[in-house]
Design a protein around this ligand. Structure first.
Ligand SMILES: *[C@@H]1O[C@H](CO)[C@@H](O)[C@H](O)[C@H]1NC(C)=O
Ligand SMILES: *[C@@H]1O[C@H](CO)[C@@H](O)[C@H](O)[C@H]1NC(C)=O
Ligand SMILES: *[C@@H]1O[C@H](CO)[C@@H](O)[C@H](O)[C@H]1NC(C)=O
Ligand SMILES: *[C@@H]1O[C@H](CO)[C@@H](O)[C@H](O)[C@H]1NC(C)=O
Ligand SMILES: *[C@@H]1O[C@H](CO)[C@@H](O)[C@H](O)[C@H]1NC(C)=O
Ligand SMILES: *[C@@H]1O[C@H](CO)[C@@H](O)[C@H](O)[C@H]1NC(C)=O
Ligand SMILES: [Zn+2]
Length: 807
């Protein structure tokens, strides 16, 4: 990729400065201007040349499209689409899946998978290289979790006795070979602190910011205690962060089957491998990095982890207390130890009583703490190292040098398997690349350069992609039109997407062009069976650095499982090829479909002369987000709380409180305060600048459509001026589209998390996965900081004006 980094215009070499002449500066300026104009001109000519075939195509007897006269363009856009639909194979997707899931591939631990991937892409006809970074991560050494009770002996002595020793392992299942691998990855948390702590235990519900707030309010002692929280609702690292801030000494996270809906043992469904319910010993590994504050290598925030790069302290980015993930089988004895101690979940609000899945096992969901003679010992030993990891980067050079589409998926997994996360995506990406390779062999060259990425280290904190974006930021800022991500490409049958508004239309048109594997109604497309929901960009996968740091419109796509479908064993040994073949995507049909979708989306963005963005969609979305801010404000000023839907650990949807607001009697005071009124009024300013933006955006889209129509019309081969004029107009529109998203970056970044630069999209500060819109405004409202809220209105207003200018 280093060659791709070379700036297009190397101004320094054009003329050396000669300070003796007073007009040297002017001359240099003119030279630069001339050089830029020339390059611009050449690109326009290149665009014009490649978008107009020489005369009209003929269908030659050999099956190729040919053009009379000089030149022969073998692959038309229609043919390209056909190739991308015809090539992907379920059988091969399964073969790639089998390869990736054959052995462990934790970040930085499996170079051979990187080399294999690069070799495969090469074989498919796409040049690729391995791009390494030196990153700071942990590997598990040892762990223990035990329940200890102090027992009085007859002689008056007392001693600690182990009343439960947690197994911390997942059962080996004979019919699933992945679960019995000798070198399988132990259960642990990425970026867990090492530690050996002992203390009474407190049940903290989901461990959200608000759950902890409820405990504080109820005066439950937290200091010096060990938290046990159920997984779900928010990113796990943020649970540990809040526990740490409140003086707790360790955190246990378990998967409560209550979140599995109707697919539970309690409701008579057999667990894996016999049935689709959760295996009781399954453990969700995962990272406890403070993801919503900064992803990437925590020692190199904002710059690449190259060997020798300076390293920063990590205490603000990762936990300082140990944590450990466990199964519900291991959680039951600990939760039962809490029975009759302290208040019960029922004593709190509805957020505490939903989805309690272990009552039938005798768990009462008491909060605790347990008395001082009933404690847990949590021991976690981690080996922290700075070690290489390996991205694989493949490139198909396009005709236009400064317009680039990036398509990526991560390769590393928490477990030896990872058939869904992430290697359904890896298999799909391989099939999409193989399809493009077929087109390349037929002589196709894309208009825009396509870069394919197989990221390493995603699981620890989006490391491979973040370091790469940080390294190539100047080039990406200049040239990257869009980023397409797939992580879990197939683990069920329900299409799930999130995307920047500019890309919504591309998703709609690509899904409408691909048949669904569900042919209940013959001929129905993916679009037909889709709920048409496109979420805003949060975090939790490799698009984060592109969208939130570099301002590159991104999308994320995959087939998810929904509540009535088999339970997905997220980050567990049971995310295996065997599970995939029995429950997830038995004939790999959804893998194949996703390869077709990724292919078409990429082709649309890379090979249509006019970039398929819709600026109008962005304008309307912004308008809607401002309304959301106003709703939030009204909500904060009235005593009732609003429920929102949120993504829980990628696996289940459930309600979560939307606000971290400190419920306080000051609300009425706020409502009438002049600061609030002034802030409310300033929001109206945003509507006003948005009206203008929308007007211009819609006009640009209309103009783009018009250019598309003119391209389809006939321009005689000799009419070069007309062709150049059209090429020039297209180039101009494309440049506007390309830079539109960049307008929304704010160099200083968000409050308290300067790495996040996008003023519209960020992960929720205290949710991590789920997207927040206008985070600066939302957080100011939560903190009732009206001065800061107005500051953010100013910042956002100027970004919108900038975007308007650019259009
Ligand atoms: C790397 O991955 C391959 C393919 O999945 C696997 O066979 C091999 O055991 C892994 N190597 C290591 C060192 O874990
Ligand atoms: C953890 O600390 C306890 C004392 O608090 C000690 O008995 C135990 O051996 C320690 N465990 C390890 C693995 O060091
Ligand atoms: C709520 O506000 C009170 C008083 O301002 C403060 O002491 C408490 O820590 C706050 N609670 C949370 C959860 O922020
Ligand atoms: C793509 O272009 C770059 C820079 O122009 C060049 O270094 C590289 O070799 C090209 N790659 C291929 C596969 O042609
Ligand atoms: C398949 O399509 C039918 C008809 O459109 C729909 O009712 C059904 O829910 C779909 N099933 C799945 C699993 O998507
Ligand atoms: C918009 O913002 C960019 C980047 O901050 C800046 O370079 C450009 O000059 C601004 N344009 C206008 C018209 O404000
Ligand atoms: Zn993943």
């Amino acid at each position: 990729m280093a060659s791709e980094h070379t700036p297009l215009i190397s101004t320094g070499r054009v003329a050396s400065p000669r300070p003796r002449y007073p007009y040297a500066v002017v001359r240099r300026f003119c030279t630069i201007a001339l050089a830029s104009t020339l390059i611009w001109f050449f690109i326009v000519v290149a665009v014009s040349l490649s978008i107009f075939p020489n005369g009209h195509p003929h269908h030659a007897p050999d099956g190729h499209w040919t053009w009379p006269g000089r030149g022969r363009r073998k692959v038309s856009y229609d043919q390209l689409q056909q190739i991308l639909l015809d090539t992907p194979s379920s059988k091969l997707a399964e073969e790639w899946s089998r390869y990736y899931t054959a052995g462990p591939h934790l970040a930085g631990k499996n170079y051979s998978q990187a080399a294999w991937t690069a070799a495969k892409w090469h074989e498919f006809g796409v040049e690729s290289t391995i791009v390494p970074y030196d990153v700071y991560i942990n590997y598990p050494v040892d762990h223990r979790l035990a329940l200890l009770a102090r027992k009085k002996h007859e002689d008056g002595h007392s001693a600690w006795e182990v009343s439960y020793e947690a197994s911390l392992t997942e059962d080996i299942i004979d019919e699933d070979p992945t679960t019995g691998l000798e070198d399988s990855v132990p259960t642990f948390h990425g970026y867990s602190a090492s530690g050996n702590v002992t203390g009474p235990v407190v049940y903290v519900n989901y461990g959200t910011y608000q759950d902890f707030g409820d405990l504080v309010e109820a005066k439950v002692a937290l200091k010096g205690k060990v938290a046990i929280a159920r997984y779900g609702g928010i990113f796990r690292g943020l649970k540990v962060k809040r526990a740490q801030e409140l003086g707790m000494v360790g955190v246990i996270l378990y998967s409560d089957p209550g979140d599995d809906g109707d697919i539970t043992e309690e409701k008579g469904v057999k667990p894996y491998p016999e049935g689709p319910a959760r295996q009781p010993s399954s453990v969700q590994r995962g990272s406890t990095q403070f993801l919503s504050f900064a992803p990437g290598d925590p020692t190199t925030p904002g710059y690449p982890s190259k060997p020798g790069a300076p390293r920063q302290p990590v205490h603000t980015a990762i936990p300082s207390i140990p944590s450990i993930p466990i199964s519900y089988a291991d959680a039951i004895p600990i939760l039962k130890a809490l029975n009759s101690h302290g208040p019960k979940a029922d004593d709190f609000n509805k957020y505490w009583t939903r989805n309690l899945g272990l009552q039938y096992k005798g768990v009462h969901y008491n909060v605790g703490p347990t008395p001082d003679d009933l404690v847990v010992n949590l021991y976690s030993q981690q080996d922290y190292v700075t070690t290489p990891l390996w991205n694989v980067i493949g490139v198909i050079n396009g005709t236009i040098p400064d317009e680039v589409i990036v398509v990526g998926n991560h390769r590393d997994a928490w477990i030896a398997g990872g058939a869904a996360d992430p290697n359904s995506g890896s298999a799909v990406l391989n099939e999409a690349i193989r399809s493009f390779g077929v087109a390349v062999r037929l002589g196709w060259k894309p208009l825009r350069t396509i870069v394919f990425a197989s990221w390493d280290g995603e699981e620890y904190g989006l490391i491979g992609s973040t370091e790469w974006v940080e390294e190539y930021l100047p080039w990406l800022t200049h040239a990257n039109v869009a980023y397409i991500n797939t992580d879990v490409a197939a683990r069920g049958r329900t299409l799930r997407t999130s995307a920047a508004p500019l890309l919504h239309n591309v998703i709609r048109s690509a899904t409408a062009a691909v048949l669904s594997p569900n042919q209940t109604v013959k001929g129905q497309t993916v679009f037909d069976v889709w709920d048409k929901q496109i979420k805003t960009m949060g975090s939790g996968s490799d698009f984060t650095a592109f969208q939130d740091f570099a301002g590159i419109p991104s999308l994320d796509i995959g087939f998810d499982s929904s509540p009535e479908q088999p339970v997905y064993h997220y980050h567990s040994n049971y995310d295996s090829l065997h599970w995939m073949k029995k429950f997830g995507d038995p004939d790999f049909a959804y893998h194949r479909t996703m390869a077709q979708l990724i292919g078409l989306i990429t082709a649309k963005l890379a090979d249509l002369p006019v970039i398929s963005f819709r600026a109008g969609d962005y304008g309307h979305a912004l308008e809607h987000y401002v309304t959301k801010v106003e709703d939030k404000l009204d909500d904060a000023l009235s005593p009732k709380e609003l429920d929102v839907f949120s993504l829980a650990d990628d696996t289940t949807y459930f309600e979560l409180r939307g606000s971290t607001r400190n419920s306080s009697s000051a609300t009425l005071f706020w409502a009438s305060s002049p600061d609030v009124l002034s802030f409310k009024k300033s929001l109206r300013r945003l509507h006003k600048v948005l009206d203008k933006l929308i007007e211009r955006a819609v006009k640009l889209d209309k103009h783009a459509d018009d250019l598309d129509r003119r391209l389809e019309g006939h321009i005689p081969w000799w009419n070069w001026p007309a062709k150049l004029k059209l090429g020039f107009a297209i180039r101009k529109v494309n440049t506007k589209y390309k830079y539109l998203e960049r307008s929304f970056l704010y160099e200083q970044g968000l409050d308290g998390r300067p790495w996040f630069k996008h003023v519209v999209f960020a992960p929720g500060l205290w949710t991590g996965y789920a997207g927040a819109v206008f985070p600066g405004l939302m957080e100011s409202i939560e903190n009732a900081d009206w001065t800061n809220a107005e500051r953010w209105v100013d910042i956002i207003e100027s970004r919108i004006q900038n975007a308007s200018h650019r259009l």
